[in-house]
Design a protein around this ligand. Sequence first.
Ligand code: FAD
Ligand code: NAI
Length: 469
Amino acid sequence: MAQYDVVIIGGGPGGYNAAIRAGQLGLKVACVDKGVDGGSTLGGTCLNVGCMPSKALLHASEMYDSAANHFAELGIDVAPKLNLTQMMAQKAISVGQLTKGIEFLFKKNKVDWVKGAGRIAGAGKVEVMGSDGVATTLEAKNIVIATGSLPAGLPGVTLDQQRILDSTGALSLSEVPKSLIVIGAGIIGLELGSVWRRLGAQVTVVEFLDRICPGMDTEVAKTFQRTLAKQGMVFKLSSKVSGAKASKTGVSVTVEPVAGGAAETLKADYVLLAIGRKPYTEGLGLETVGIAPDKRGFIETDHWKTSAPGVWAIGDVTLGPMLAHKAEEEAVACIEAIAGKAGHVNYAIIPNVVYTSPEVAWVGKTEEQLKAEGRAYKSGKFPFTANSRAKINHETEGFVKVLADSVTDEILGAHLIGPHVSEMVGEYCVAMEFRAASEDVARICHPHPTRSEALRQAAMGVEGWTMQA
Ligand code: FAD
Ligand code: NAI
């Protein structure tokens, strides 16, 4: 029986980063992965059917939209023609290169990649069922569960991946829908809704709550919704879907007001169900080591340790935001803890990004959270209309908002909506990790002309001395 210091089940951002870190620290490590949606490549949801393919389509569709609608303003007259087959092909090529990259990193760090479905078979044992039906057992001093998550279902809406799709289906349509109904105004719904709207679909988003993107600062969410609506996305808030019926050519969706009242039927070519994801622990053998997931199926941990000795859990399968970089943080900390080091994750400083246009990015507390905590705070805000780089690039939608403690001036949250803010929020992550005051950012020289100057001007605003607006 092969013996390991660490056997990791799952090869997504949690699992593959854990495996690489374990290899770096000289631990004997195997990563068991069964692939996602019938595939056999490493990288989990993120690389195969999540972050990477969605960003590939967001980038390509934004280029198409720019060429069709914005180049003329810059003095470039073109008439773009969509080649969806090529758009999908370039996505697949990039994804293939990225998943191969993980294979290379496994070899470089002496990680054994064991292909197949892993199942815990009692303390210190992982049984792997290969696609050839042959089972092997690995012996492990430590088992790390990194099995990730799956799309959540909705009663009355049966996924067929033909007309009623989850995110995986919506990432690989072979035609542009004339109309698309998105159930759920969360991150997947708005990112993939944006992709297909830009390519020509009429997109209607049905959301249970009276707002989009729960968890996002409300002021930002309102601006975001207004912007998406201006782009042509239609929102039906405070509405619930009670059923969807697919035919060969389309789908009928029954929508009811949450507050009660008459139901209406909406028709579309396709439906995308995006109401969240659920932890994935099916067939994992948790009962063999006495682990009972919580009511929603998550594995509870204390510093990545489960209730079973020698069994750890990280990433989407545990509580916390379902984000690739959260899984990666936990991977490093968990393996360092296994290696006897001081693993640490600062859960207060995990950034969030929505990769639409404009982008939305934030880190730390929202105004609503600070109010609920009764924390006295000040805020500074700066619009991109007053930022010279944004202005010359004709990308002036949005603003930066900084929230700081009223007494100490420590930065408590930063909320950005605007051009390329995904690349800018990291500055506030660093500042907050160093427990910077807003004045620190306000007094740091930023290059001109850049969008990053908006970060500084907003920080100046906390003490009321924003200079350029
Ligand atoms: P996963 O990536 O889900 O990996 C788990 C792996 O374990 C899979 O390969 C699975 O097949 C395997 N597995 C499961 N059970 C077993 C078993 N018993 N035996 C062997 N293998 C098993 N996050 C971001 O931070 N940024 C983004 O831009 C972003 N975009 C996204 C877009 C979409 C459309 C989706 C769906 C998700 C997106 N996410 C994004 C979320 C991100 O993909 C997840 O948070 C991340 O992949 C979680 O990593 P993980 O390692 O915990 O699990
Ligand atoms: P989500 O949790 O972001 O949004 C789900 C939305 O659906 C919420 O607004 C919710 O109120 C709504 N909803 C729930 N039940 C509903 C119902 N019955 N009818 C109508 N609306 C309903 O989940 P989503 O978008 O599916 O994404 C799943 C996860 O993937 C998220 O947790 C996110 O962290 C991750 N992700 C991250 C991305 C990024 O970082 N850019 C991109 C895509 C996904």
